[in-house]
Design a protein around this ligand. Sequence first.
Ligand SMILES: NC(=O)c1ccc[n+]([C@@H]2O[C@H](COP(=O)([O-])OP(=O)(O)OC[C@H]3O[C@@H](n4cnc5c(N)ncnc54)[C@H](OP(=O)(O)O)[C@@H]3O)[C@@H](O)[C@H]2O)c1
Length: 298
Amino acid sequence: MRLLITGLNGFVAGSIVAQARKTWEVHGVDITEAMGLPTNVHGHQLDLMDKDKVAALFHQISPNAVIHTAAMANIDVCENNKELAWKVNVEITETITGLCQTKGIKMIVCSTDTVFDGEKGHYSETDLPAAVNHYAKTKIEAERIVLAASSKNVVARLSLVMGMPVMGKGNSFLAETIERLKRGEKVKFPENEIRTPIDVVTLGAALTELAGNDFGGIIHLSGNTRINRYEMAIHIAKTLGYDAGLVEGTNSNALAGRAPRPNDASMENGLAKSILKTPMLTLDEGLNLTLNFKLEEN
Ligand SMILES: NC(=O)c1ccc[n+]([C@@H]2O[C@H](COP(=O)([O-])OP(=O)(O)OC[C@H]3O[C@@H](n4cnc5c(N)ncnc54)[C@H](OP(=O)(O)O)[C@@H]3O)[C@@H](O)[C@H]2O)c1
């Protein structure tokens, strides 16, 4: 069984590859060439905006399932490049959804907790999204496209992803924070953003499981700990033995020139707990798992 993962060099995809290669023939695609792939993982380099090349890749690999992680995932970059963000987050999703639909295969798209406006918190799968920024608008439209195409398809809404990069470059706030704390530098985290962070290892396992099971629809993949990002950073600093006094609180919605963020985008994970074998973890459990995870031992 062949699994195609888009955004191969990204933070989330690296963890999916580590889990999926145990049970799938794994193919990954990214705009830049993948370096240092495990021997049984096949890398393909192309721009997913090139529809003909994407179709040819599908023909060549003939995947049995697709996990679509590739995206323009930086909220401020999306806000400042609205047209490009729509092309990357919506039009690429449309292309891939169409190919999956034609071949009758399951597609999982990675969406986000920030599709919610953050007024309520504790969001479940039946709550309605409401965008507060352009990134969220693109993700809501991508969700609609994927769900409309097939009842097999999955919209996986990810909470803030916490962890060390398993492979590739990995845009990890944890790795960056640890490096800065080690150097004795100040780190700033927003107090207004309440999240339910999920560790990247659990996330890779959950997405791999979703590729191989019968679930279709929306699912929230989030951790068991609801916490604001400032308190989370203090907790991490203390747990790892760094100076928690280096962590400063901010309000991300009071900073000039930045796109609005939802305040409380915490998500309930009852559905994930009931249908997945992969356990959802607390912040401490997830931290422990990601800090001790070694690709070569898995
Ligand atoms: N990380 C989080 O905390 C988080 C939270 C909620 C939801 N999500 C969602 O989860 C998914 C994965 O996030 P991530 O943090 O792993 O993102 P990431 O590290 O930025 O990975 C995305 C990958 O997709 C690639 N890509 C972008 N445009 C492409 C194109 N036209 N053709 C081929 N490849 C392209 C990127 O390459 P370049 O870097 O070279 O552009 C990058 O390697 C995204 O859909 C994101 O919206 C992430």
